[in-house]
Each structure stands twice: as C-alpha cells, then as structure tokens.
Design a protein around this ligand. Structure first.
Ligand code: EPZ
Length: 417
C-alpha cells in the first residue's frame, strides 16, 4: 500500500491554489443527469471521489468526458438500472443518485452509500423527504428500491439540517408536480452551488442558503455551463498549515467568508492573517493561545475542520477543548496524534476532547482513520521533528486534490512512497 512520507519542520512559503469543492462536485455530477441536454461543469477537482462518480455514470450509460478540470455530461441515453453495491459503497455521495434518478425517472434501485466511518450516518431524513414527495421505499439489507407513479410537491421539515438530505430532496423535487418547501434546510455554501446549477438549467429553486428552500417543479431542464465553488475545507486545511508553518504563505482562489468561523477562531488563538477578496496570506507566529472549539452546522465551525484544528491546538499554549456536535465518532485520529506526542484526552461520551499545548510533536509511523483524520496526521507530520509516514492515504487522496504536489511547491518535504 502506498504511504505518504514527510520530513517535518520546513517553513512553507509561496502560493497554494485551492481547487473546486469536493462536497459540491459530488452532488453536481449526479444532479447533471436531471438535465435533458448536455451540461458542462468546470473547476472540477482531481480527486478519486470524482472518478468513482464517473464510474457510476458510465455504468448507467450516461456520456461523460472529463478533461483538464472540465466535465461534460449527456444523459439522453442513460439506462435506469440497479447501481450495484460495490459502486454504491465507494462513497457517501453515491446517494445523490437516489434523488437524481427518482427526480428523472420516478424510480431508483441502489444500495446504502459508503463514506468515512465517523458515525452511523443514517439516511432516514432523505427517505422521509422522498416519501413525502409520493415515493414508496422498499429496503432489504441495504438494497433500496424507491419508486413513485408521479412525484408531487409537499412541505418537508428536516428534523436535522442535513446537507445530504437537503440536496437529495431538491434533486427529487425539481421536476415534481407543484411546489415543495424544505423547512430547517441546511445552509452550507455547497447547497447554493447545486441550486444555482439547477436554476441555470431552468429549475425554479428559491431560498438556497437559508433555512427555507422552495422548489417549483418544471418539465424540462436545458443545457448550461456551471463552475464548482472553491473547496472551503481544503482552504481551511491550508490556512491551518499556514498558521503552523507559513512564511507569507498565500492561500489563493478561496472564498474567505465561507470560513468565517475558522478565521474567527484562528484570530482568537493569535494567528495573523491578511484577508483579501479571494485569498488569505498567513504567517506563523511563535506562541498561540489555547481556545475552545465547538462544531456546528453552517455557518458554525465546520465539523470537517475539527480534526485538522485539533492538530493546531497541540501548538497552542494551555488547555484547549474541541466539542464535536455533528458526528458521534470523529476523534479516531487522536490516538494516532498521540503517537506523535500530542497530549489529548477524550470525554467518555466521545463528544469532547481536551488538548494540552504547546507540545513538541515528533515523527512517527501513523495510519489515517478517515479523510479529515488523515489530513490532521499529515499536518502534524509537517510540524513534527523528523520523518513520518502515513498509511491508508487513499482516504486523504479522496478529498484533497494534488495535496502532495501543492505542498511540495511551497517547500514541504513530502512524497508518496
Ligand atoms: C456532508 O455529509 C459532507 N459530505 C460531510 O463531509 C460533512 O461532514 C457533512 O455534510 C456535514 O457538513 C458530503 O457532502 C459528501 P449530514 P452528509 O447529512 O450529507 C445525521 C467530508 O469529510 N443524519 O449533514 O452525510 C448524520 O448521521 C465529509 O468531506 C441523520 O441522522 O452530512 C450526521 O450525524 C464527512 N439522518 C449529521 O446528520 C439523515 O438522514 C450530519 O449529516 C442524514 C444525516
């Protein structure tokens, strides 16, 4: 199995360019099949999640061609057949084919999605939405058949502002008869990116980015050209790396106000940043103050940056705390961080961790437990004295476009062995 090898302690200077958002493009690609013509999506990141979605489209006989960051999709010959368990399990976002195929054909036949083991991650809210739109669901050991004679708009209240459920219901509702209102909808920027894509095709979606989204069904969706927004989690990861090792490190092609919570917390810890329109320049300073971090739905502190932030907190003087309110099992990276010298304890309900700093991190051979957990180990290895290796790096490559090349370009000693 390939590993990432890192010689830590090198200052990083220059420019890192952020790629398109994984958590947007993994919804845009399934959404594209709703179009009755060809659609083009640009600023597509070069990550394995996109490869896995491409394989599902090919399996369904959709036409897709992908070159230098652009994806062109035409679904006029698409065949609505079962999406096999192995294809469904490759990633969490395969479940967007539920909303897209239901929205296009009033039927979908597939398996429970994959995704990082950071919690149970049920899809009950997605299924509740589909049922309220008139679909019947039969499920037998993770095999779902969801179908409707016709989909009719309805009022859907989400018990939790689930990102996936919000998007999936939008996909199923765009061609349903009449009006659908999603209450307590998630407000993440990726949801706005999907809604804009569908509206560019002629859909009628209002309120994306707020907690109430209204979708009025339309019959036909025409071709359009759309761009993936910058990845705020990738950008946030590089901001944290810059806070620890940056010398005039510029994080470019990002949207600072998508990272208000992170920027506020880093500022509270004493990080100095020059915030531009689509970039941030960041310099490490010697001592940072300990802080308290609590993950919340957008615009709160993003759960996807919780694990990388934990690595930053090992370098903050005093006792910091991290409370994870979104997932029940998102501290698995801490046992690996402790191999590098981190001083951390997890409360027995596995929802809160205390991190003592400032600790000198030292090299170790560690194993990525999930995508963002792997990123937290990579950041720790960049800081640690000596040479570390990280195993299970497929997790990391799922969500960080060309991370080895981008870090090498700014002076990191990092390679895949
Ligand atoms: C998306 O996952 C992201 N993944 C996650 O990023 C991100 O952590 C999450 O949103 C929250 O921001 C993609 O976009 C592909 P949720 P999603 O539905 O849609 C519970 C990463 O590292 N829930 O908002 O699955 C669920 O168990 C990944 O890039 C239900 O109980 O997130 C979780 O505890 C990790 N029932 C919470 O809600 C449901 O029907 C948040 O889930 C749906 C969700």
């Amino acid at each position: 199995m390939p590993k990432i090898k890192i010689e830590g302690g090198h200052k990083l200077t220059g420019t890192v360019t952020v790629s398109g958002a994984k958590n947007s493009v993994v919804a845009l690609i399934p959404a594209a099949i709703l179009c009755d013509e060809t659609v083009t999506i640009s600023n597509v990141p070069n990550i394995t999640d996109v490869d896995d979605l491409e394989n599902i489209l090919v399996h369904l006989n959709a036409k897709i061609n992908r070159e230098d960051g652009k994806v062109e999709i035409n679904s006029s010959d698409i065949v609505n057949k079962e999406i096999t368990e192995s294809l469904s399990k490759k990633l969490r976002a395969s479940y967007y084919f539920m909303g897209a195929l239901l929205g296009k054909f009033n039927k979908v036949d597939m398996y429970f999605p994959g995704g990082c083991a950071i919690g149970a991650r049920p899809i009950n809210l997605h299924l509740k939405g589909f049922e309220l739109l008139g679909a019947k669901i039969t499920e037998e050991d993770n095999h779902f058949i969801i179908e409707a004679d016709k989909l009719k708009g309805n009022n859907i209240y989400l018990d939790f502002p689930s990102v996936g459920a919000t998007i999936n219901i939008m996909l199923a509702a765009v061609k349903a008869k009449g009006k659908t209102i999603i209450d307590n909808a998630a407000q993440e920027p990726e949801i706005v990116n999907i809604a804009t894509f569908l509206n560019n095709m002629g859909a009628k979606i209002k309120g994306a980015g707020t907690s109430t989204i209204t979708i009025t069904g339309v019959k036909y969706l025409h071709s359009c050209f759309h761009e993936v927004i910058p990845d705020r989690i990738e950008a946030g990861t590089y901001l944290i790396i810059g806070a620890l090792l940056g010398h005039n490190l510029k994080i470019d092609n990002m949207i600072p106000n998508h990272l208000e919570a992170l920027i506020a917390k880093l500022t509270e810890a004493g990080v100095g940043m020059e915030i531009g329109l689509d970039n941030v320049i960041i310099n490490e300073v010697k001592d940072y103050k300990s802080i308290e971090v609590k993950t919340l739905v957008y615009p709160g502190f993003p759960t996807d940056l919780q694990q990388v932030m934990t690595t930053f907190l090992t370098q903050c003087k005093g006792k910091s705390t991290v409370e994870e309110t979104i997932y029940e099992n998102r501290f698995q990276n801490i046992k690996e961080l402790k191999k590098m010298g981190a001083k951390a304890n997890i409360r027995k309900d596995n929802r809160k961790a205390t991190i003592k700093g400032k600790t000198e991190l030292h090299s170790a051979d560690v194993i990525a437990t999930d995508l963002r957990g792997g990123a937290s180990l990579l950041v720790a290895a960049l800081v640690a004295e000596g040479t570390s290796t990280i195993d299970n790096i497929a997790y990391i490559l799922r969500g960080y476009d060309r991370i080895v090349e981008k870090l090498t370009q700014v002076g990191a000693k990092i390679e895949i062995i």
